[in-house]
Ligand binder design. Structure first.
Ligand code: HEM
Length: 477
């Protein structure tokens, strides 16, 4: 390709590096009919967009400050960064009059049209399937503005600034908000853990030339697996799509008290009940709550291992050299389904997983489980994950992982027993029909029936996050 080398000043910050995420606000909007006005106002937003280079140097300053403060024995100063990114759906680009095709059929069709294939629940009438989503996502969403920061005060101030740019609330407004989602990192020791209680955001692919000192076990992918138009992206793209990235955003509710009740009622036999329930949860996810991989520590949690980036991703499901057993980790465990490592890489001939890799961002939403919810085992207040995944190719990435891996009982392929559904995110036409094998290490071909689907999608969309030069040249007026 003739593209100049990657410059992190050109890439929006959330994809390659990740905007700080103590709290994040997602503003979903529709563009009004004054498209020219929108594109003119958009020019004023561009200087606020946080680049990957900015996030990277912010991170470096935080690390330096921590070190200096530790040397002096004082607390580190708070460094504030309000991050802003913007992305557009296919219908949003069309509204702007941009008719070049990005070249991804999932993006082109939008997530609503994909919901049935993803396995979302819904109703069919007159031949049309409508998922059980919230109304905002059943109508066109043209774009999303992501605002991230260290506190609600910071994000609120930034949002106000953005609303001014688009003259929101006046007759000169060119967009209107259709939905606002606010995500917050969970409190205290639960920081970084998703609502079922498991540490998240551990395993990400390293990107060639960007993440130059990967952790042990962390595989490096070509830039074009995440960025359009870079080496490894095999699709022909419009030239202005270079260094953009495609987003799969899912609004996923989690039935936490119901999940906990199931674990409690189905402990793995042969252990004291509490440990048996903990082991079942770990075998559902592929990691203990601390993040420690069960492929490394199969019988008990090891918090020091979970917290150690030099060890917590260094495994392949082939201990000591055989991926054909689920002694340590069920074939259908969430992390094994979504990144099967040796299950594909050790086949002969080997199947590379590189084109299936995604970078996961996103954040938790909703309150902690209340005492009443815990006692009754019934969700009262909505909570879950605003799932956000970046990739250059949604058909190869998110869509494939959800449809052909998590929901596919025969995956990983060529195993001695049928793996079953990913117990965390696997979806079936009849959600109460899900089963998986291998939860009991002492009876690995037994299947366990999962009466409830604990992760419930209530919407989402596919978006294109353009490069900063593309925002300046192609999108604004
Ligand atoms: C890893 C939870 C949805 C793909 C993980 C981990 C947890 C987790 C606890 C382990 C931490 C880590 O390795 O980073 C959840 C929950 C979800 C959810 C609670 C829903 C509410 C999804 C979806 C996908 C997905 C929808 C894609 C279709 C992945 C991938 C990994 C992962 C690719 C990394 C696997 C690896 O490289 O070892 N998830 N996840 N997750 N998840 Fe999810």
């Amino acid at each position: 390709s003739t593209a100049p080398p990657l410059d992190l000043n050109n890439v929006q910050g959330d994809s390659l590096i990740g905007l700080p995420k103590k709290t994040q606000t997602y503003v979903f909007f529709q563009i009004d009919d004054n498209v020219k006005g929108f594109r003119t106002q958009l020019a004023q937003l561009v200087p606020l967009i946080t680049s990957a280079a900015q996030v990277q140097s912010h991170r470096a300053s935080i690390a330096q400050n921590k070190k200096t403060a530790a040397d002096k024995g004082v607390p580190p100063p708070l460094l504030k960064l309000a991050g802003v990114n913007i992305a557009f759906s296919h219908s949003g680009l069309a509204k702007l009059g941009i008719t070049d095709e990005i070249g991804d059929t999932a993006f082109d069709g939008g997530m609503l049209a994909d919901a049935q294939d993803l396995g979302d629940q819904g109703t069919t009438s007159g031949g049309t399937f409508t998922p059980n989503w919230i109304p905002a996502f059943k109508n066109p969403v043209h774009g999303v503005i992501l605002i991230s920061g260290d506190s609600h005060v910071t994000t609120a101030a930034t949002l106000l600034e953005i609303e001014k740019i688009f003259a929101v609330g006046t007759s000169n407004a060119t967009l209107h908000e259709v939905l606002r989602l606010v995500g917050d990192v969970r409190p205290g020791d639960e920081k970084g853990h998703e609502h079922f209680g498991f540490l998240d955001g551990i395993s990400q692919p390293a990107v060639q030339g960007v993440d130059t000192s990967p952790n042990p076990g962390q595989e490096t992918v070509s830039q074009g697996i995440i960025l359009l138009g870079r080496e490894g992206d095999t699709v022909t793209r419009p030239s202005w799509a270079l260094d953009g990235s495609l987003i799969a955003l899912r609004y996923l509710f989690q039935l936490v008290p119901e999940f906990d009740t199931f674990l409690k009622q189905n402990p793995i036999p042969g252990l004291p009940p509490i440990q048996g329930s903990e082991l079942l949860g770990a075998r559902f996810v592929g990691r203990w709550k601390s993040g420690a991989p069960i492929d490394i520590t199969p019988t008990q949690d090891n918090p020091a291992l979970g917290a150690d980036p030099s060890r917590n991703n260094d495994f392949r499901y082939a201990f000591p050299d055989d991926p054909q057993t689920q002694d340590r980790c069920p074939f259908a465990a969430h992390t094994r389904k979504t990144n099967p490592r040796a299950d594909l890489e050790d086949l002969s001939p080997p199947i590379s997983t590189e084109t299936r890799r995604i970078i996961r961002r996103g954040i938790q939403f909703g309150p902690e489980v209340s005492a009443v919810e815990a006692a009754t085992g019934k969700t009262v207040q909505g909570r879950g994950l605003i799932f956000v995944a970046y990739q250059s190719n949604i058909v190869n990435g998110f869509q494939f992982i959800q449809h052909s891996w998590a929901n596919n009982t025969g995956f990983p392929i060529d195993k001695p027993v049928t793996p079953g559904f990913d117990p965390i995110i696997g979806q079936a036409t009849d959600p109460s029909s899900r089963t998986l094998s291998g939860t009991n290490p002492n009876a690995q071909s037994n299947t366990l029936a999962l009466p409830t689907q604990w992760v419930v999608p209530k919407g989402g969309e596919y978006f294109f996050s353009p490069s900063i030069p593309a925002l300046k040249s192609t999108l604004v007026l």
